[in-house]
Design a protein around this ligand. Sequence first.
Ligand code: GLU
Length: 305
Amino acid sequence: MKLHPYIGRFAPSPTGPLHLGSLVAAMASYLDAKVHGGTWLVRVEDVDRDRNVAGADQHILSSLQRCGMQWDGDVTWQLQRQDLYEAALRQLGENIYPCACSRREIADSQLRLGQAGQPNLVYPGTCRQGLAPGRTARALRLRTPQQPHCIIRFHDRFAGDISQDITAEVGDFVIRRADGFWAYQLAVVVDDGAQGITDIVRGADLLDSTPRQIFLQQLLGLPQPRYLHVPVVVNADGEKLSKQTGAQAFDTGAPAESLLGSALLPAARLLGLAIQAETIDAFWRAAVPAWDAVLRAHGESPHRP
Ligand code: GLU
């Protein structure tokens, strides 16, 4: 039987060291690649220069290796791929327009339109027909179809069938930010396409971004990968575990084997994997079939070569 080629990725932003929340996403994408006999790439998503922390990329990479997760091929950095984003912007052509609105102005118009309860800040289309006299262009936005609305439906391997009306729930969205940096949505789609990613496994906090990414894939003529969003780890206050909410990083100075108890086993537990292991090698030998069992419980039957 010919196997569907599988290329997965972990795409950390270098805003701080790896922590339990990001390790869960890394582990899920790594295990999914292994269960499918696939390739696992690592891409450092450093387009948001203001949030980058010097040395965080190397710290994350060394933590992955110390946890026993070795990527395939070379690591890529988004800051080295700016030409690709520039080319995608050109390809989007007429769908792109300059926008002068600040976040504050958008929030105010949402209030005026009586849409304050919306989870997202929906862009009201102020600059879609051109900038008003005296206004200065800040960001670049992508036009979303108005009639009919742009409704994206997709199947998530964990979350099931998802649908989002981008026109009503998001509005025209930013492709290049007011500070000149490329928006995450554009960079991630261009890179996933250029790297031939077939399977995206990441945290459920990005579920809401996925329809925008699928819409961009359609405009850029890129194939749509399969998606699996794993539940996001929250702290005792119900906040997403992240560097911002003080999630603990790993002690890279600690002996590698101590990462088994401090990082790998807790992350596996959060993914619903019941694993007992005395060494990091034994952990991974047990984790691959355990992930396979989780997928089967979701009605999938992965094939390993
Ligand atoms: N760079 C993003 C983050 O660290 C993840 C992007 C993705 O997996 O699509 O949250």
